[in-house]
Design a protein around this ligand. Structure first.
Ligand code: GTP
Ligand code: MG
Length: 320
């Protein structure tokens, strides 16, 4: 089950206390207490794996490390390690404690969500000409503690649809940084996967079959995700002897689920074209072109065809 709405508690680390210490060397008495380390902060970082919120289903509290206390001999405490929570791009972080919200829109983007406490000063800091033996130091300050709600709003620009095993995930992996599972059997992809092509987000969803709209196969759940995409890439395998029928099967399910899906701009991709002879390729492309949509031949081992896909994506990017 895809987790797309979950509430957790985050705790940034507390700063370490400053130390009170004196030089034990009789020749030079004096304060030597070091400063406490800073507490670790909590960050959210965007990843393309949209199931990443699954890690929050059972575990509900996430704490960054505290800073360590200062010590004698001018030694400052170590800073606490930051905690980085990996969240899918498109995750909104609603801070339930202070009412602010922020979203993570890009893979690799890091957002500070709870600031760690500062380390307290040690007595070395409080020395002066009047007070050469200060016994004063400061405690570290507390790290921020918030209740946050993580809500995934899939922000894909392009949704990949098609029958199972037609090469949707393979193309996603080839042109983006995604690591969608690929294998030579139907229903390899069990949950939607996102990939980023520059600022465009591409969503690869599990293969659809006749009856998907009524819950057959992996069903409905994934059609919901492409409802929010702007454009559809419709994949048809070169291995199929019935490409037009395959096309219609998918369109029927899309329309039965939500007629608006049929209104979205659509690009047809005839995939795995390295398996065809030039003559077969020509014939299949011509048949599909009769459907009145753009048809692009693609093979993940043919760089020229991949450049075509990139060209299409670049145009979509321009219009964004
Ligand atoms: N020859 C060839 N094989 C390909 C190409 N693209 C994908 N394949 C193979 O086709 C099989 C299915 O690829 P996937 O990318 O898993 O297909 P999918 O459409 O994501 O499948 P589901 O997740 O089940 O819907 C794998 O064995 C791939 O290696 C291609 O361009 N040429
Ligand atoms: Mg797949």
């Amino acid at each position: 089950m895809l987790v797309d709405d979950v509430t957790i508690k985050i705790l940034a680390g507390d700063g370490g206390h400053g130390a009170v210490a004196f030089n034990k060397n009789l020749m030079s008495l004096g304060p030597t207490g070091g400063q406490g380390g800073a507490g670790g902060s909590v960050y959210a970082e965007g990843v393309s794996d949209i199931s990443a919120l699954g890690q929050f289903r059972y575990k509900k509290e996430f704490k960054a490390e505290n800073g360590l206390e200062g010590r004698g001999q001018f030694r400052d405490g170590h800073d606490g390690k930051d905690l980085v929570l990996r969240v899918p791009v498109g995750t909104w972080i609603h801070n339930l404690t202070n009412g602010t919200e922020v979203s993570v829109e890009k893979t690799g983007e890091r957002v500070l969500i709870a600031q760690g406490g500062l380390g307290g000063r040690g007595n070395f800091h409080f020395r002066s000409s009047k007070n050469t033996t200060p016994k004063e130091s400061r405690p570290g300050s507390k790290g921020e503690v918030f209740d946050i709600r993580l809500e995934l709003k899939l922000i894909a620009d392009v949704g990949f649809v098609g029958l199972p095993n037609v090469g949707k995930s393979s193309l996603l992996n080839t042109i983006t940084n995604a690591k969608s599972k690929v294998a030579n059997y139907p229903f390899t992809t069990l949950e939607p996967n996102l990939g980023a092509y520059y600022e465009l987000i591409l969503a690869d969803i599990p293969g659809l079959i006749e009856g998907s709209s009524t819950g057959k196969g992996l069903g409905m759940k994934f059609l919901r995700h492409i409802e929010r995409t702007r454009i559809l890439f419709h994949f048809i395998s070169s291995e199929s002897s019935t490409p037009v029928k395959d096309y219609r099967t998918i369109r029927k399910e899309l329309g039965r689920y939500n007629k608006e899906l049929l209104e979205k701009p659509e690009w047809i991709f005839l995939s795995k074209t390295d398996l065809l002879t030039p003559a077969e390729l020509k014939k299949k492309t011509a048949t599909l072109k009769k459907l009145g949509q753009h048809v692009t031949a693609v093979s993940i081992i043919d760089d020229e065809s991949l450049k075509e896909v990139e060209k299409i994506l670049n145009n979509i990017k321009k219009d964004k």
